[in-house]
Design a protein around this ligand. Sequence first.
Ligand code: NAP
Length: 308
Amino acid sequence: MSPINLAIVGVGKIVRDQHLPSIAKNANFKLVATASRHGTVEGVNSYTTIEAMLDAEPSIDAVSLCMPPQYRYEAAYKALVAGKHVFLEKPPGATLSEVADLEALANKQGASLFASWHSRYAPAVEAAKAFLASTTIKSVHVIWKEDVRHWHPNQDWIWQAGGLGVFDPGINALSIVTHILPRPVFITGAVLEFPENRDAPIAADIHFRDADGLPVHAEFDWRQTGKQSWDIVAETAAGQMVLSEGGAKLSIDGRLTFAEPEQEYPSLYRRFAEIIKAGKSDVDVAPLRHVADAFMLGKRKFVEAFHD
Ligand code: NAP
């Protein structure tokens, strides 16, 4: 089968760090064009707008949309109307409604829409899911604490409405939690801390439960210096499970039971090729719905101003 002609929109940090190397190693895809106001990729036709790119490059089969979430819907809409398959970086959009609209449009157009959640493809996530399915879970504690100055320097969009603030990394934890727990959970209370000069939270403390009352507590904080934490700890009848380093390692009662090299983005592109071949979409909005619920139900606390 000939490769899927792929274009990238929004050439920035994640494209350079992850998309380009993963696409280069996947024979199912051939990168043929980019659309970005400033960014370009050597050896590939570059355009500054998606409209110009779609007009000039009719051979494009699929597009990966990697700009900030607030600007993704319009590009996705144009690509789907043109009959292209669409890969959405996480989070899939700025609102639930726009993602629902894109899903309906993809179905109508016979195109594949992929709401990607890279953390779900972290190495030890499936092993954690299998472990939790084999036992009784008593409680879950999610600790996602990192230094925003280190990971998101000069990213103004992330602090603007729709940029999600600390939920930009926190939604990665939620994408794992919603995948590995056997039953859906829902938020019962939350406190969101907003710097007084920003429109998005710098920290969030969230309590969930499931239908049986399983307590799940998530702490997201962007003010963590020193050791960074991306851990999910579950107390279970079979011992304490720690899924650490963003889903890379699994330990049971302190004994490392699973660790393999990270393959998140190569796995995302394998999945994208698979759904295109199967003629279907893969759009799970559960992580984004929890973020929306936290904004809906959470108390707001204003904290000191944040400066880069
Ligand atoms: P970024 O580098 O700040 O932005 C990506 C590109 O989007 C920019 O280089 C810019 O390209 C374009 N862009 C920025 N503002 C725009 C606007 N107002 N309108 C249209 N285009 C705009 O961000 P990133 O870190 O790559 O993140 C992009 C997405 O990937 C986010 O949803 C993020 O959550 C996700 N992601 C990021 C990481 C990470 O480690 N950074 C990891 C996983 C997922 P031009 O100026 O050339 O148009």
